[in-house]
Design a protein around this ligand. Structure first.
Ligand SMILES: [Zn+2]
Ligand SMILES: [Zn+2]
Length: 364
């Protein structure tokens, strides 16, 4: 098999040849057709996350080693199955659940792999989708593409699932109670679309950019707030008409988290998703006095991916705008993503996949 790998942090990906893995046990081997390029791939490529101030989280300290074949938004075709792989047949088109864990702990066995203490995420800790083939631990990590457009379906595995996992922590909430979404890039717009598809009515979007706020209104937000407001917490409360029950922060910087925390009503919840970097200093008595919840949300579980795919299959979820590029363009796509020059999602087509023109919308 061939792959495009990070051989040195920040350097152009190199095309390498690896032995094509033979599926053992319940493993499944897929031929990669499409793989989305995620902003977290830029961090993996660079080798670190910013933690605030001068502090960095080095990915090599988390067990990420080079050469690394990135890519965790994968749609592929099953080409071989291990002897214990049940319920999956050669030729089927599948979305890969990439956030796999050890496979043996209680969390993994109850389909909460993303909470496993020893993650083995595909495209992070083991070879991912910037390649001709990918191996998946078990059939339960695969979801049928069904009637979805395959490149759009690929983006559900991270971009869609991260938004869905955060939205699930926001609900249940009365449909007319405002949910505030900070950061109206791809994830924020996904979250708005998912909330609308699930029947939520009142959504306040917050962003620095006027065009992002306009996109949020088009996606179903009912109000927007300019994040450059002198007092952002007050501006959010004014737009919501009350203290806020739930804020989902897809930016998660020192400034947005502080504003979100200050905007919460009694019993409110701040759901932190973004990796912008920064720190939050909290007056601790307010947590019990105002019965607040501060929760992090990391991608989603295999159960949530199945729920999200079913929601997309129902036709209630408009597909996100995306463009496609050949896999050999991975380095230039990553560089443009790092520079903020990409609108929407880019999905890489594997060699041999007829390279389509930009995909404007999904559905079959
Ligand atoms: Zn991702
Ligand atoms: Zn585990």
């Amino acid at each position: 098999m061939h792959a495009w790998a990070v051989v040195a942090n920040g350097e152009p990906l190199q095309e390498i040849t690896l032995p094509t893995p033979e599926p053992h046990g319940a493993q499944v081997l897929l031929e990669v057709l499409h793989c989305g390029v995620c902003h977290s791939d830029v961090h993996l490529w660079d080798g670190h996350y910013q933690l605030g101030g001068e502090k960095k989280l080095l990915l090599k300290d988390r067990g990420v080693s080079l050469p690394l074949v990135m890519g965790h938004e994968i749609v592929g075709r099953v080409v071989r199955t291990g002897p214990q792989a049940r319920g999956v047949a050669v030729g089927e088109l599948k979305i890969v659940y990439p956030w796999v864990g050890c496979g043996t702990c209680a969390l993994c066995r109850s389909d909460q792999d993303n909470m496993c203490q020893t993650p083995r995420s595909i495209g992070v800790f083991q070879a991912g989708g910037y390649a001709s083939h990918v191996i998946v631990p078990e059939p339960r990590h695969l979801v049928d593409v069904g009637t979805l457009s395959p490149p759009v379906a690929a983006t559900l595995a991270c971009s869609g699932l991260t938004a869905y996992g955060a939205v699930k922590k926001a609900l249940p909430l009365p449909a007319d109670e405002p949910i505030v979404i900070i950061g109206l890039g791809g994830l924020g717009l996904n979250a708005i679309a998912i909330l609308r598809a699930l029947g939520h009515e009142r959504i306040v979007g917050v962003d620095l950019k006027a065009e992002n706020r306009a996109a949020a209104l088009a996606a179903g937000a009912t109000d927007t707030v300019d994040a450059t407001a002198a007092n952002l917490a007050e501006a959010i409360v004014a737009a919501a008409g009350q203290g806020v029950g739930v804020v989902i922060d897809f930016v998660n910087s020192s400034a947005t988290a502080k504003a979100a925390f200050d905007a919460l009503r009694r019993g409110g919840k701040l759901i932190a998703v973004g990796f912008f970097g920064g720190e939050l200093s909290l007056p601790l008595p307010l947590l019990p006095l105002r019965a607040l919840t501060l929760v992090g949300s990391y991608v989603g579980s295999p159960i949530e991916l199945r729920e999200l795919v079913a929601l997309a299959q129902s036709g209630k979820l408009p597909p996100i705008p995306l463009t496609t590029a050949p896999q050999s363009d991975a380095t230039s796509v990553l560089a443009r993503l790092r520079d903020g020059r990409i609108i929407g999602r880019v999905v890489l087509d594997a060699p041999g996949v007829p390279h389509a023109t930009p995909v404007a919308a999904g559905g079959a």
